[in-house]
Design a protein around this ligand. Structure first.
Ligand code: PLP
Length: 373
C-alpha cells in the first residue's frame, strides 16, 4: 500500500526521503566507480519496492536484487525493465515465468541447475544465472572448490547462461574481520578456477553495503547494496561516511487524550496501572504496523520523549503524556522532532534486533509517502 498522497490523509504514515536515497546512490557510485545492484527485497527494505526501484533506476542504479521471484514479478508488472536477480530459491513453476520475464536466477546447486536447465530447454530458451559461492556465510551456494564443477555441469546440461558469479559476506558489518579476507580469498579461488577453464561471467559481485565502503578489494565489478542506500547507517563498528543520509521517518497522529483516574489499568494484561490522575494518549500504531510489543518504547510529541505505557496492541499504543494535546497532534515513532530523535538504530538496541529486521517488518498497511527533505 504505497501512496503519494498528502500526509494529512493518514492516521499513521512513513515518509521516505527520496532526495536522501538519490544522495546515497550518487555517493556510492562516486566512491566505488562501478555499477550498483540495489537490493530491494522485503518491500524495498520497507520503503516500497516499486517506488524505490523506479527512483533508484533514475538515480543511476543498474541492477535490482530481490529474494523471491514474486518480488521480481511485482517489479515487472510495475513496468520496470531493468535487470533483476533473484537472490533466493525459485520453484520449478517459477523458472518458466522468470525466463519469460527476463529475470536472472541464482544457481547454487546441481539440483537447481537440473531444474532450471530442464525448464529452459523445454521452452527453447536460455536462463540467465548468477553462480552462488558459499565462501563462509553458510547459506546458499557451493564451496569455492566446487564452483567450476557446478559451472561446467550447468553449461553441459544446456539452457543456462552463466551471466554472473557472486558470494555474500557474513562479517562485513563487524569491522575488519579475518573471515572477510578469507571470503575474498575463497571467492578469488572460484573466479580463477572458472577463468582457467575459459568461463568469464560478465558480473562478478561480493560487496554488500559495509564491504563496498570498507573493503575495496571485495568490489569486483558490481556492488550489491541495500542498507546504506536506504539510510541504515551506524553499524556495529566502522561508521559510514557522514555524506550518507537517513531515509525513513515514521509518524502518527494522536487519536485520543484523556485523564484516567488513579488505579486505572492500561491495555491487554493491564501491565500499567495509573498511580494518580494521569493523561493517557492513544496513537494508531501497533505491532500490526511493525511497532514491537517490547517494554521501554518511547515516541516523540511536541519535541519531547514520552513513554509508551501498557502493552502495545495490534493497531494502537497508549502514551503517558505530560500535558493535554488535541486529537491529530503529530507524533514521531522514528525520526526527529525538535531537538529529540529516535532512529532505527535506537530501536535496534531496544528491540534487540537488526535495523534491517525493523524496516523489513514495517507493515504494508502503513502508507509510504515520498518526500524531498
Ligand atoms: C545476498 C545479499 N546481497 C546483498 C544484500 C545487501 O546487504 P546490505 O543491506 O548489507 O547492503 C543482502 C541483504 O541482506 C543479501 O541478502
Amino acid at each position: 500500500m504505497n501512496h503519494n498522497g498528502n500526509v494529512e490523509s493518514y492516521p499513521t504514515w512513513i515518509e521516505v526521503d527520496v532526495s536522501a536515497i538519490e544522495n546515497n546512490i550518487k555517493y556510492m557510485l562516486d566512491l566505488t566507480q562501478q555499477p550498483i545492484m540495489l537490493v530491494v527485497k522485503a518491500n524495498g527494505y520497507g520503503m516500497g519496492i516499486s517506488e524505490v526501484s523506479k527512483l533508484a533506476l533514475q538515480g543511476g542504479v543498474t541492477w535490482l536484487g530481490v529474494a523471491r521471484y514474486v518480488e521480481a514479478r511485482e517489479l515487472r508488472l510495475a513496468g520496470i525493465t531493468a535487470p533483476i536477480l533473484v537472490l533466493g530459491m525459485v520453484t520449478a513453476c517459477e523458472v518458466e515465468e522468470a525466463i519469460r520475464d527476463h529475470v536472472s536466477l541464482t544457481l547454487y546447486s546441481r539440483e537447481m541447475a537440473e531444474m532450471v536447465s530442464e525448464r529452459a530447454r523445454q521452452m527453447g530458451a536460455k536462463a540467465a544465472v548468477h553462480l552462488k559461492v558459499d565462501t563462509g556465510l553458510g547459506r546458499l551456494g557451493v564451496f569455492a572448490e566446487d564452483a567450476l564443477d557446478l559451472a561446467q555441469y550447468a553449461l553441459k546440461l544446456g539452457g543456462i547462461e552463466i551471466e554472473g558469479i557472486y558470494s555474500h559476506l557474513a562479517m562485513a558489518v563487524y569491522g575488519d574481520q579475518p573471515l572477510t579476507h578469507l571470503q575474498i580469498k575463497r571467492f578469488n579461488y572460484a573466479l580463477d578456477a572458472l577463468a582457467g577453464a575459459g568461463i568469464h561471467p560478465r558480473w562478478v559481485h561480493l560487496a554488500n553495503s559495509a564491504a563496498a565502503v570498507h573493503h575495496p578489494d571485495a568490489r569486483y565489478n558490481l556492488s550489491r547494496l541495500g542498507s546504506n542506500i536506504f539510510g541504515m547507517l551506524p553499524r556495529v563498528v566502522d561508521p559510514y561516511p557522514p555524506e550518507l543520509r537517513r531515509v525513513l521517518t515514521w509518524k502518527a497522529r494522536l487519536a485520543s487524550c484523556r485523564v484516567l483516574p488513579a488505579g486505572w489499568g492500561i491495555g491487554y494484561g493491564q501491565t500499567y496501572i495509573t498511580s494518580s490522575d494521569e493523561l493517557i494518549g492513544v496513537i494508531p500504531v501497533g505491532y500490526g504496523d511493525g511497532f514491537r510489543r517490547i517494554p521501554g518504547n518511547e515516541v516523540l510529541i511536541d519535541g519531547q520523549r514520552v513513554p509508551v505505557v501498557g502493552n502495545v496492541c495490534m493497531d494502537q499504543s497508549m502514551l503517558k503524556l505530560p500535558r493535554p494535546y488535541p486529537m491529530g497532534t503529530e507524533v514521531v515513532i522514528i525520526g526527529v522532532q525538535g531537538s529529540q530523535s529516535i532512529f532505527i538504530d535506537d530501536l535496534m538496541k531496544r528491540w534487540n534486533t537488526s535495523e534491517e529486521d525493523i524496516v523489513a517488518t514495517l507493515s504494508a498497511r502503513v502508507p509510504r509517502v515520498y518526500v524531498r527533505n
